[in-house]
Design a binder for this molecule. Structure first.
Ligand SMILES: [Zn+2]
Length: 302
């Protein structure tokens, strides 16, 4: 018995060491070279980029407010970038609020770090449900302010309109800084890219399009638009991506009505004009597949 017991514990220790080592090795490899860069959008709003979704920061007399917080591994670098934003005095460096545009880990990974540092997390109620479902422990910080339709936040002499939407997931939020005329669209906008639509988390193409219509109606040609992924954009860029989805969906629906299989539609491909929207995560074949199964599920007609 004692031999077996000793053998077993050795196996367990070796396994634990292997797991521990690969966890240690995996993280720095992926993020070690990533630098957080800040771009000034207005006197009080910056966009930060690093790994994962784009961030927006409001800076002013009330302190700091952050829209999204990327991956956990990036949190300390984000905190450093916030502390070093030009024009921020020590009293303005206190991070009061973090808004999650949805539950995905490349937008919420820093929640633990920033909540433990004193920030209040705010999100769509449906996003909180998904964050709760995958929380590693009962102590893990979660959004403490939620909404079903939206909420206003008065901060740094502006009014932020948080609009609860659906399409990328079932718990999306867009954040519109009304005075500054800056919109953070979350992943309802992948600028110059085919979007990821998380159908396993309640997303869908129809809802994605109607949420984009809501955003297009809210903003104007002077609005600075921060997409969830991709470079800083305008209303025209959002409209171009919206039109791309409409047009490529129509082509897929037309192919399906003509009796083509998914493989045949992928073989035919999309209009040349949309080739540049392909990227590592969502290439043309993957985007066609998203449109195909969404159409199948929702019986979209041409
Ligand atoms: Zn996402």
């Amino acid at each position: 018995m004692s031999h077996v017991g000793r053998f077993c514990s050795k196996v367990v220790i070796v396994t634990l060491l292997l797991t521990f080592n690969s966890a240690l090795v995996a993280q720095p490899d992926r993020f070690s070279e990533v630098v957080i860069e800040a771009t000034k959008l207005t006197d009080s709003i910056y966009m930060l980029t690093g790994a994962g979704g784009n961030l927006a920061v409001s800076v002013g007399a009330d302190g700091l407010l952050l829209v999204d917080d990327q991956y956990a591994a990036m949190a300390e670098r984000i905190a450093d970038a916030l502390a070093n934003l030009p024009g921020t005095s020590a009293t303005q460096q206190s991070l009061k609020y973090v808004i999650n545009t949805h539950h995905h880990g490349d937008h919420t990974g820093g929640n633990d770090f920033f909540a433990n540092a004193g920030a209040t997390i705010i999100a769509n109620e449906a996003a909180r449900v998904r964050l709760l479902a995958r929380a590693p422990s009962a102590e893990a910080p979660l959004p403490v302010i939620t909404y079903h339709e939206g909420v206003h936040i008065y901060f740094n002499s502006d009014r932020l309109k948080l609009v609860a939407l659906e399409g990328h997931t079932d718990g999306d939020t867009a954040v519109y800084f009304e005075g500054a005329n800056v919109l953070h669209a979350g992943d309802l906008f992948f600028n110059e890219r085919f979007p990821f639509i998380d159908t396993d988390s309640g997303g869908g193409v129809g809802a994605y399009l109607s949420s984009q219509e809501t955003l297009l109606a809210m903003i104007n040609d002077d609005t600075v638009v921060v997409p969830g992924h991709g470079p800083i954009a305008s209303r025209g860029d959002l409209l171009a991506m919206h039109d791309m989805i409409r047009s490529t969906r129509a082509a897929v629906v037309e192919g399906m009505s003509a009796g083509m299989s998914l493989a045949q539609i992928q073989e035919r491909g999309l209009d040349q004009a949309y080739q540049s929207f392909a990227w590592a995560f969502i290439g043309e074949a993957k985007w066609i597949e998203t449109l195909y199964w969404d159409t199948m599920k929702n019986r979209v007609s041409p």
